[in-house]
Design a protein around this ligand. Structure first.
Ligand SMILES: Cc1ncc(COP(=O)(O)O)c(C=O)c1O
Length: 457
């Protein structure tokens, strides 16, 4: 693994409950890991979102927070960081990524409009659908091919995208590229693909936006995997990526290493003026948008720390280490390894569990019971139901995502996780599927409850 470019200054105690108690906690949580108390979890790989460790510079910046309702200096500091690092002149702060999605999509997406791109994240898709739009997945086929080692599985399929732009001419709200692509394994998009998508977007006079929750990790992969950019600094690659976008939506809880926050960044003043009133209505006045001044201050610092190459090298190295060790056990993991998480192909690991008993979720339950590890399903459970037929949609892959929080866990923690999964692997045939006791109507993975047929031994 790459060398660790930071050391620990403050610690948080964690504990491992006895197995009997873990089984009890899981039952009481309705076999939904979102309902577990964090103190009952030993290693929390539920998400890398908002779970990172802030640096001493970010904590110091918090103290400089200007909490004025209007004209806050902290807003200007954040605006400057967005301008300097990403190159967008206009910024609308939002309380988190989905706040930005709400403001943005309620303005740009109207009844029956299409939003093509690579695989949209679940909240993004939900916001597009909520505004009666249709999100369309144009990711390359390799993204869903377990055997493929394509280094840029997040790329958009240009032919498919072109066909859609032609077919739905006049109805395409915008094109969205998510960098990296969370829904398909944290896989990156190449700069070559970004340029080609931008060319198509211009040809069809359609704006191109990025979901930049993990833009820095994407830039690191471009440096590592796209020969032309090997010698470029990460900051240069980031600027080059952003040059092709009309704007970007950011959940600052990822690559800005914040516990909360987000923004919309724009190139165009007219669109900024159009979105502004909605942002005030839904998030807050334009100088804070649902964020505290201190958080905007820390965001300005975090955005810079997120593109530090040594940090990125270690972070991406952690994901690779976890993935490689899992693969050595025989566990089917998505490769090449992505940016923020190791993804286990639970559909392959547990072929005896049908998709509508959610193998990824069943594996998540088993990992908690075996070792107090919390991961999350990315598969048919998250996919939800078809809005017209109300049938369970069958995801293209049934995954368990083990997302690594930024700057939080050390190699010892990863080794513990690998040991637990060695045991889970041995017991895999005894893992049973889950059924709904209560099914939540939207974003159901967050708040449904389940029964389990039989518990793993
Ligand atoms: C790619 C992507 N976009 C948007 C979001 C939504 O961001 P937030 O959780 O801050 O609302 C997420 C959250 O995980 C994400 O991964």
């Amino acid at each position: 693994m790459a060398f660790l470019p930071y050391k620990t200054k403050s610690i948080e105690k964690i504990r491992l409950l006895p197995k009997k108690e873990r089984m009890d906690r899981m039952r009481r949580a309705g076999y939904n890991l979102f309902f577990l108390n964090s103190g009952d979890v030993y290693i929390d790989f539920l998400t890398d979102s908002g779970t990172g460790a802030m640096s001493q510079d970010q904590w110091a910046a918090l103290m400089r927070g200007d909490e004025s309702y209007a004209g806050s200096a902290s807003f200007r500091h954040m605006q400057k960081a967005v301008r300097d690092i990403l190159g967008f002149p206009y910024v609308i702060p939002c309380h988190q990524g989905r706040g930005a999605e709400n403001v943005f999509n309620s303005s740009l997406v109207k009844n029956g409009m299409i939003v093509p791109g690579n695989a949209h994240f679940d909240t993004t898709r939900a916001h597009i659908e909520h505004n009666q739009g249709l999100p369309l997945d144009c990711t390359i086929a390799a993204a869903y091919d377990f055997r493929s080692r394509n280094p840029f599985k997040g790329n958009a399929d240009l032919k498919k995208l072109e066909r859609i732009l032609q077919k739905y001419s006049g109805r395409v709200a915008y094109i969205l590229l998510t960098v990296t692509c969370n829904q398909i394994g944290g896989q990156p998009v190449s700069l070559e693909n970004i340029k080609n998508v931008s060319r198509l977007a211009k040809r069809f006079r359609t704006p191109l936006f990025f979901d930049i929750a993990r833009f820095a990790e994407n830039a690191f992969f471009i440096k590592m995997r796209e020969k032309k950019y090997r010698k470029w600094p990460i900051a240069g690659i980031v600027r080059e990526m952003m040059r092709y976008a009309n704007g970007a939506l950011m959940s600052a809880k990822k690559d800005a290493i914040m516990n909360i926050g987000g923004f919309i960044a724009l190139r165009d003043k007219k669109l900024f003026q159009e979105l502004g009133p909605r942002a005030i209505l839904m998030e807050g006045f334009l100088n804070y948008g649902g964020m505290a001044g201190r958080d905007m201050e820390a965001l300005a610092v975090g955005l810079g720390e997120g593109i530090d190459e040594e940090y990125l090298n270690h972070r991406i190295g952690q994901v690779k280490y976890l993935g490689e060790e899992m693969a050595k056990i025989g566990i089917p993991v998505l490769q090449p390894f992505g940016g923020h998480a190791a993804y286990i192909d639970a559909g392959r690991m547990l072929p005896h569990i049908p998709y509508n008993q959610f193998p990824g979720h069943a594996l998540a339950v088993a990992a908690y019971i075996e070792g107090g590890i919390r991961g999350v399903e990315v598969g048919s459970l998250m996919e939800g139901r078809d809005p017209e037929t109300h049938q369970n949609k069958k995801a293209r892959q049934e995954l368990l995502r083990l997302a690594i929080p930024r700057r939080v866990y050390a190699k010892e923690h990863l080794d513990y996780v690998i040991g637990v999964f060695r045991e889970v692997w041995k017991k895999r045939k005894n893992i049973h599927g889950v059924r709904f006791i209560y099914e939540a109507p939207i974003l159901r993975h967050f708040s449904s409850r389940f029964s389990i047929e039989a518990k793993p031994r």
